[in-house]
Design a protein around this ligand. Structure first.
Ligand SMILES: [Zn+2]
Ligand SMILES: [Zn+2]
Ligand SMILES: [Zn+2]
Length: 277
């Protein structure tokens, strides 16, 4: 293999005699055999004579052990004007081939090129980190928003729970109240069913002039009559009282105690305790 044309400052005007007949490039380590003067690159000659030890041009036998360097050709090649290998990286040096190796050993361009490449890599890495940072910041914003939403939801649920608990307590209280009322009414009904058969028909006029007819056991507590009125009208037991015979009929006493006799037909009034009722 020879010297590539790209390395030469003026490849077009290189004398034909400085080019190898095998690779067509300028000689590198030009050598020739003993029997003829045909010159080739050392590597090209080595490959060409590996199979058959003859000159590739004139076919004369060549003894590979007796190849010799072509010093006149080498010195002409050494004088050719070439460019630095780092031209592509920006080196503008040109000079004789024989000085090129020394220049390239000290050429500042590769160092710079290396630094530039490092800088580019660092910039790329920095850009990548900036993008990564932005991605993470976005993720964080989303996570925060989600967390806020969850906190709000949690607060809503806690409020609902408090309301539900309050309702449970209220219902428990109502249940107690109802149980108490049921117990009272059960007792009253018990006393009604236990008492004898001394019944009278009673007409009770309420404040709206409506008349309620009920059968009263005269041995029964007045509250039984009140209970009956209450179930007719829906009034609360404690919201009204009964009058008859010109007096208030108090619960805890029986009709007989108020002088009601068997088979009588009586008129009573139901009066509200509260005007607003
Ligand atoms: Zn060659
Ligand atoms: Zn030859
Ligand atoms: Zn250079």
């Amino acid at each position: 293999m020879g010297l590539p044309d790209e390395k030469l400052v003026d490849a077009c005007n290189v004398p034909v005699g400085l080019r190898c007949a095998i690779c067509t490039e300028v000689f590198v380590d030009p050598v020739c055999g003993v029997e003829c003067q045909h010159v080739f690159c050392s590597a090209c000659m080595g490959r060409a004579t590996a199979a058959q030890s003859r000159c590739p041009l004139c076919r004369v036998a060549i003894d590979q052990t007796q190849l010799r360097r072509s010093h006149p050709i080498q010195s002409l090649v050494d004088d050719l004007k070439v460019m630095c290998d780092y031209k592509i990286s920006g080196c503008g040096w040109t000079g004789r081939l024989q000085d090129c190796a020394a220049h390239q050993a000290a050429c500042p361009v590769p160092e710079n090129a290396n630094l530039i490449a490092q800088l580019k890599r660092a910039n790329a890495r920095s850009d990548e980190l900036a993008r990564e940072t932005e991605r993470l910041a976005k993720k964080l914003r989303l996570a925060n928003a989600h967390s806020d939403e969850l906190a709000k939801e949690s607060e809503r649920l806690a409020k609902k729970l408090r309301l539900a608990n309050a309702r449970v307590h209220q219902l428990a209280a109502e249940k107690l109240e109802l149980a108490e009322e049921v117990s009272i009414k059960t007792k009253l009904l018990g006393s009604v069913s236990r008492s004898g058969g001394q019944h009278v028909q009673v007409f009770v006029r309420d404040p709206s002039d409506k008349v309620h007819v009920l059968i009263l056991n005269i041995d029964e507590d007045i509250s039984a009559a009140q209970l009956c009125i209450s179930s007719h009208t829906g009034w609360d037991l404690k919201s009204f009282y009964l009058t008859g015979f010109g007096q208030i009929l108090h619960p805890g006493r029986t009709g007989r105690e108020y002088g009601i006799r068997r088979d009588a037909t009586l008129c009573m009034n139901a009066r509200l305790l509260h005007a607003a009722f």
